[in-house]
Design a binder for this molecule. Structure first.
Ligand SMILES: Nc1ncnc2c1ncn2[C@@H]1O[C@H](COP(=O)(O)OP(=O)(O)OP(=O)(O)O)[C@@H](O)[C@H]1O
Ligand SMILES: [Mg+2]
Length: 166
């Protein structure tokens, strides 16, 4: 049986719109077990989106970029979430030294910047987002896989409708 996939794209004309999308997805996809890939070149807006997602889940303190630590853990209402930035990973095998096994995605979720660096050592994502520069803003190309396909599509549709200026 082939796995269900939903996909699409939409514009994010400014950073505030990236934050609003992160918050919208954080509210819509709060079930445990979500692996989110955040792709895009340096400065594409991955951390901006991840921060808003974590805030929407209930993180109230500072949300540091995991640029140097590679991983920042969060306890949110009994769930364990990880925010990863794998840009500085030298080899995918180094992932095993980050202690990720202590917080498997089933206990909460993983938001992963630069997932390409993790190779086959990362789980398959349920939400796969790619941010690209577009004029002064960004465009996001999204894909929802398996049980995340339907809720992601519905959240993206709701976000697009709420973004239409009247
Ligand atoms: N839709 C957007 N339009 C314009 N600027 C944006 C948009 N989204 C985010 N930005 C801005 O892009 C800059 C870089 O954002 P951010 O740090 O989130 O990128 P990143 O993808 O995490 O980079 P890195 O790969 O270095 O971790 C920030 O100044 C942010 O405000
Ligand atoms: Mg970043």
């Amino acid at each position: 049986m082939s796995e269900e996939v939903a996909s699409g794209e939409l514009g994010l004309p400014d950073a505030e719109r990236t934050e609003r999308l992160g918050a919208c997805l954080g509210r819509a996809l709060r079930d445990a077990g979500t692996v989110i890939f955040l792709r895009g070149e340096l400065g594409a807006g991955k951390t901006t989106l991840a921060r808003a997602w974590l805030q929407a889940l209930g993180v109230s303190g500072p949300i540091r970029s995991p640029t140097y630590t590679l991983v920042e853990p969060y306890e949110i209402g009994g769930q364990h979430w990880l925010h990863l930035d794998l840009y500085r990973l030298n080899t995918p095998a180094e992932l095993e030294q980050l202690g990720l096994a202590d917080s498997p995605p089933e206990q909460g979720g993983w938001l992963v910047e630069w997932p390409e660096r993790g190779g086959d050592f990362l789980p398959v994502p349920g939400v796969d987002l790619r941010l690209c520069r577009h004029h002064d803003g960004r465009r996001v190309y999204w894909r929802g896989i398996g049980r995340h396909a339907e809720p992601l599509e519905s959240a993206m549709r709701g976000f697009e409708e709420s973004s239409i200026e009247h």
